[in-house]
Design a binder for this molecule. Sequence first.
Ligand code: GDD
Length: 384
Amino acid sequence: MDKTLIVTNDFPPRPGGIQAFLHSMALRLDPSRVVVYASTWKRGREGAEATAAFDAEQPFTVVRDRTTMLLPTARVTRRAVGLLREHGCRAVWFGAAAPLGLMAPALRRAGAERLVATTHGHEAGWAQLPAARQLLRRIGEGTDTLTYLGEYTRSRIAGALTPQAAARMVQLPPGVDEKTFHPGSGGAAVRARLGLTDRPVIVCVSRLVRRKGQDTLIEAMPRVLRAVPDAVLLIVGGGPYRADLEKLAASRGLTDSVRFTGPVEWEELPAHFGAGDVFAMPCRTRRGGLDVEGLGIVYLEASATGLPVVAGDSGGAPDAVLDGETGWVVPGGRPAETADRLVELLRDPALRERMGARGRGWVEEQWRWDLLAGKLRELLAPAG
Ligand code: GDD
């Protein structure tokens, strides 16, 4: 493999699915052949220190731009070109195609031989807006390959591209580390710490934003509790919607049966999945399709942990579930349908066991990082 410059606004320590995807992929490339050019996480000393501490632990070079939002400006393009030349990179991987993929022609003129740009949920949203569609089209023309997560994102994005660029698209979903996420990952200790040892637990792990549907889960709880009175909803993660969610739970008198852990450290994440009997995140599409789920790594992390999942039908989320086999897909934003599936699973240990085992097997067969990283390495290899 030749050297690759990874250009991305989304990189840890900033949390999120795109960030986790890129970092996991970068760790599986040869570290001596990777240079990451990324934004700084947050403004101020705290952000700079956390970013520096994270970077110091990486096995590859990370170069941070001073900005917290990396955009394809003339200055950023000059810096990317400079890094390409300075490090002798022959391949470029744009972690998210839009908008940084607009720099592709400049990097090609500077000597890049392979340009790969990965698409997520937001590019599928862009594909619906006339001006943004034009930009996506340009990104498709300037790069060798646009990757997509699953059929939902492919079909939306392909429609905005030239037929040639659409034909060059390749599927590259994120994977799951099946050694990190596995049954028996420490859930009993988390339950004991939270005083939930003997209670049926529905767990949701995600950033707290409206699209993810933690509000639907809270609205579903009264119906769940009528059938399973000691059930608990464990909401793991942090985000801007937290105060509203807490108010919603309090207003429904659910302070005992809805618990919030706040954000958890990476090392603690598998145990928090393991604390659940069922995983649920009934995500919904918002803003006329602009705010949409690209895939939903959390469903796969839950499956790897051996949990059945209840997923919403937003965008590509159904691609991360075998409906009726690893869990259920429900209409996003519908508490009654969500509650009925949760009750069905909470009342039937054999069904949970069967769906959890099928999910674990599916991750082992199809979502392993080593398989997916191999695909990325091939895409980044210059021809000849
Ligand atoms: N450490 C930690 N702590 N990790 C967390 C926490 C937390 O409190 N909450 C969520 N995460 C992790 C999840 O475990 C998962 O690995 C990631 O953050 C979230 O990933 P997604 O479920 O995929 O959601 P996203 O909205 O941030 O990601 C977007 O891009 C993904 C990759 O293309 C969406 O479009 C997804 O649908 C898409 O899969």
